[in-house]
Ligand binder design. Structure first.
Ligand code: SF4
Length: 178
């Protein structure tokens, strides 16, 4: 499928920005992945979508290397200040919703793809990890950080801005495909 067609679908899903991503630019950095284990986002070892359940850095790197096309999507929003946590959480929710919508559309098209999102999967109120199988494995994907990707660098390497000025924030995800 052509990248332009997928970008069009992504824009219809509500993203502020949808641009091509060249998978060859991706660098899978152990130091980014190590931030997951430091558990700053409190999701490490708590979800099928996060380390260690989502696979090792080497495994995810190998999965990424199977794809030759990609897109980068952003949901950009304004905040009252950099401490405006309510607006940040709302923007993240909006971005996750946009991304789930995009993935559902692309699954319907039977696209061979690897989505990489933001943070842990939030589809269920409580994740079944590690006691039961995932409830919606077809809708679960790792975060960009779990794949060792330094998000602002990925944007820069693909000519997409990451910073949109004071009191703004951009949530970023990507999707690789064939
Ligand atoms: S779909 Fe539910 S069980 Fe599966 S990773 Fe997401 S939260 Fe966990």
């Amino acid at each position: 499928m052509k990248t332009e067609s997928i970008i069009e679908i992504a824009r219809d899903c509500g993203f502020t920005v949808a641009e091509p991503l060249d998978p060859k630019t991706l660098k899978h950095l152990p130091e980014v992945r190590e931030m997951c284990a430091a558990d700053r986002c409190q999701s490490y070892n708590k979800s099928w979508s996060c380390p260690p359940a989502c696979g090792s850095l080497k495994e995810l790197e190998a999965r990424c290397s199977q794809y030759d096309k990609g897109i980068l999507v952003q949901t950009v929003g304004e905040l009252e200040s950099s401490y405006d946590y309510e607006a940040i959480m709302e923007l993240e929710r909006r971005h996750q919703k946009n991304f789930q919508k995009l993935i559902r559309h692309l699954r319907e098209l039977e696209l061979d793809m690897l989505p990489m999102g933001v943070g842990a999967c939030r589809l269920c109120e409580k994740c079944t990890w590690p006691d039961e199988p995932c409830r919606f494995p077809e809708l679960v994907f790792p975060s960009m950080e779990a794949c060792g990707l330094f998000v602002s660098q990925v944007c820069k390497d693909n000519g997409v801005p990451y910073y949109y000025g004071p009191n703004t924030m951009a949530f970023v995800s990507c999707c690789l495909f064939k």
